[in-house]
Design a protein around this ligand. Structure first.
Ligand code: G6P
Length: 367
């Protein structure tokens, strides 16, 4: 099968735009909307006995796993360990009975992740995988296969696979919570309702494409860019920085907003754009106060938020991007769009090879 870019200039942009549809497609596979329940193929799998979850992945898939850690712990109250695959095997992780090892991979072939999977199996862990290629090695070796339905992803920098991974992981967290008796029917219905709002919210976020494009030439001039977020949106800051590095070759760092004062604040001057991801919710005020610490040192802030009166909160910022109002649960999906679009437009402004960035491969089959 040949896959075409359609009207889009690059596969990456096409794949960014596909997200409302593929996330909806993925959610349809894992929720019974009518009953307001998650519905995963976990019948043969006793989730109630899971005592610990170990998440292992690489790259963008690892950041999806970092978001999932918040959800598993918050909903199911199960402790979660997370590692990049290349570190996991070599630190002699403790793998006890009742351990579920969860591997996340777009390709299902990443060598480090696959080796970690086999290591976990050899140590008696149950194996769940979230993969986008259903015929992949990881899919075949799993006890529990949770497929993302993103369709083929061609751009080397992952986009739609990431938001689909988040969609699956959120339903899996709810499923685990239910199995552990931690989730009432009402709470489950609410989770399903918030998730079902994601596709429209992703569409809403895409409407800011032009505003983000307009900002790109300014970011393209920077040597370093900092991304800040808190809670489940901290991994989005890491993902934003990764996307920018991968395709525009600008040095970028993602940081937990509250940790900035322990180091990166020393970098701040008027030449360093700082992208602040601040969805409304319990952590909003704290993130804004970190943002003000950046501004007080001359940092050039771009504030991305759905807060009512974001313009006011963003006084003194070089730009504000108003996101659709969403429940904090789905913010990590929705805020993926502006960070992907920003990296994309900056790369286009710099004239790099967006779909085939130098030195990177779509699927890394060497350790
Ligand atoms: C490569 C790709 C990344 C991807 C990572 C993990 O580095 O360039 O986009 O996130 O591998 O790949 P996986 O297929 O395991 O998700």
């Amino acid at each position: 099968v040949t896959i075409s870019k359609g009207n889009h200039r690059h596969f990456m942009l096409k794949e960014i735009y596909e997200q409302p549809i593929v996330v909806a497609q993925t959610l349809r596979a894992y929720v019974r909307g009518f009953e307001g329940q998650v519905s995963l193929p976990t019948e043969d799998f006793d989730l109630s006995s899971v005592r610990r979850v170990t998440i292992v992945a690489c790259g963008t898939s690892f950041y999806a796993g970092m978001v999932a850690k918040y959800w598993f712990e918050q909903f199911a109250r199960v402790p979660v360990d997370i590692d990049v695959a290349s570190e996991f095997r070599y630190r002699e992780p403790v793998m006890e009975e009742g351990g579920l090892a969860l591997f996340i991979s777009q390709s299902g072939e990443t060598a480090d992740t696959l080796a970690a999977l086999r290591h976990a199996r050899a140590n008696g862990q149950k194996i769940a995988v979230v993969v986008n290629v259903p015929t992949s090695t990881m899919a075949r070796e799993a006890d529990l296969l949770l497929a993302t339905h993103a369709g083929p992803e061609i751009g080397v920098a992952s986009t739609k696979a990431f938001t689909c991974q988040l969609a699956v992981l959120a339903t899996f967290a709810a499923n685990l919570a239910r199995a552990k008796g931690r989730l009432s029917a009402d709470e489950e219905r609410n989770i399903v309702r918030h998730l079902s709002e994601a596709p429209a919210a992703l569409n809403g976020a895409l409407a800011y494409d032009e505003a983000i494009e307009a900002m790109a030439p300014m970011i393209a001039k920077a040597r370093d860019v900092l991304y800040l977020g808190r809670g489940p949106d901290y991994p989005l800051a890491l993902e934003g920085a990764l996307k920018l590095k991968e395709i525009s070759y600008i040095h970028a760092e993602g940081y937990a907003a509250g940790e900035m004062k322990h180091g990166p604040i020393a970098l701040i001057d008027e030449n360093v754009p700082v992208i602040v991801l601040a969805p409304s919710g319990p952590l909003f005020e704290k993130t804004v106060s970190n943002m003000q610490e950046v501004q007080a040192r001359g940092g050039q802030v771009v504030l991305i938020s759905d807060y009512d009166g974001v313009e006011q909160a963003g006084e003194g910022c070089i730009a504000t991007i108003t996101m659709p109002k969403v429940h904090p649960l789905i913010a990590p999906l929705v805020y993926a769009i502006p960070v992907q679009l920003l990296a994309y437009h900056v790369a286009v402004a710099k004239g790099t090879d967006v779909d085939q960035p130098r030195n990177l491969a779509k699927s890394v089959t060497v350790e």
